[in-house]
Design a protein around this ligand. Structure first.
Ligand code: FES
Length: 167
């Protein structure tokens, strides 16, 4: 009988240790991934994301180019679509972030009929020149960010954002 009890206790101990271990692993795994992964790093698959925009189709007028990438956070991966305003300046390709530097709305090229050849933010009337320079007297206090950009196989690739280097 007492043998039985010890066995049962052992069994319970093993079981609980097992369950505890399983739970600990379940908790630690995401934490380890959190530490190892470039958490919330936008472009997990590399620095540049391929778009379907042909570099040869670009002109000096900014066009909207969408691109998709996989965003990884500690627990799951998701596909995110982002946008850049892309145009040519001589031989150089410029890609600007559409995120307004005031409160983060999305700016549009020629977004207001009143203000030609400017980026316009519909939220509070923020305006930017073509190179992303914020126009004084409008709410944004800094220029639009710039994406790193390169061309591969004739297609535009978009990289990380950085502070505007054109202004
Ligand atoms: S968010 Fe763009 S002007 Fe306010």
């Amino acid at each position: 009988m007492s043998n039985n009890r010890v066995t049962r206790r052992q069994f319970l101990n093993y079981t609980l240790t097992g369950v505890g271990g399983f739970m600990a692993a379940g908790m630690l795994m995401p934490m380890a991934r959190f530490a190892i992964d470039p958490v919330l790093e936008k472009k997990a698959g590399g620095d540049f994301v391929m778009t379907d925009k042909k570099a040869s189709e670009l002109s000096e007028t900014p066009v909207k180019v969408d691109f998709k990438f996989e965003q990884v956070d500690a627990w799951y991966k998701s596909d995110v679509t982002d946008t850049a305003w892309v145009y040519k300046d001589g031989d150089k390709i410029i890609a600007l972030s559409p995120v307004c530097k005031h409160l983060g709305c999305t700016v549009n090229w020629n977004g207001s009929p009143e203000f030609k050849n400017q980026f316009y933010c519909p939220c509070h009337g923020g305006r930017y020149e073509k190179n992303g320079k914020n126009i004084p007297g409008t709410p944004p206090l800094g220029p639009l960010d710039e994406f790193e950009v390169k061309v591969k196989d004739g297609l535009v690739m978009i990289g990380k954002t950085r502070a505007n280097t054109l202004v």
